[in-house]
Design a protein around this ligand. Structure first.
Ligand SMILES: [Cu+2]
Length: 132
C-alpha cells in the first residue's frame, strides 16, 4: 500500500517534468538552422560566396549577385531565347547561355569591384555582378 502511494506520487512528478519539458520544447517550429559549413579558406568576413547563380527570366538578369573573387558563377536561362552575360567593360566575362533552361558557367573576376554586364543580343538587358 505505502509503496504504491510513493510510486504514484513519483509518477506525478515525472508527468509534471515531462509536460514541462514538452511545453518548453513543444511548438518548436522546424527551424533547422543548419550552420552553413562555409569552410572556405578565404579569410574575408563578408558573406561573399564561392559560387553563385544568375537566373535569367523574362529577359532580365534579376538582382545583383555578390560572389567571392574567382567564384564560379552559374547561369540558368529560363527564357526561350539565348542570352549572354557580357561585362560592360573589358573582357572580364562574356558567356552565352542557350534558352529553354540552358546553363553555363564562368569564373568571376578576381579583382573586387562592381561589374555591370549586359546581353549582347538584347542591349536592354542589364545586370550587376559584385565581387568582394
Ligand atoms: Cu538576351
Amino acid at each position: 500500500m505505502k509503496a504504491g502511494r510513493k510510486l504514484s506520487s513519483l509518477w506525478v512528478v515525472l508527468i509534471l517534468v515531462g509536460t514541462g519539458g514538452c511545453a518548453g520544447g513543444g511548438g518548436m517550429p522546424a527551424t533547422t538552422s543548419a550552420p552553413a559549413s562555409g569552410s572556405s579558406s578565404g579569410a574575408s568576413p563578408t558573406a561573399a560566396t564561392a559560387t553563385g547563380t544568375i537566373t535569367i527570366k523574362d529577359f532580365a538578369f534579376g538582382d545583383p549577385l555578390t560572389v567571392a573573387p574567382g567564384a564560379t558563377v552559374a547561369i540558368t536561362n529560363m527564357d526561350t531565347a539565348a542570352h549572354t552575360v557580357t561585362a560592360d567593360e573589358g573582357t572580364a566575362f562574356d558567356t552565352e547561355v542557350k534558352g529553354g533552361g540552358g546553363t553555363a558557367t564562368f569564373t568571376a573576376p578576381t579583382k573586387p569591384g562592381s561589374y555591370p554586364y549586359h546581353c549582347t543580343f538584347h542591349p536592354g538587358m542589364h545586370g550587376v555582378l559584385i565581387v568582394k
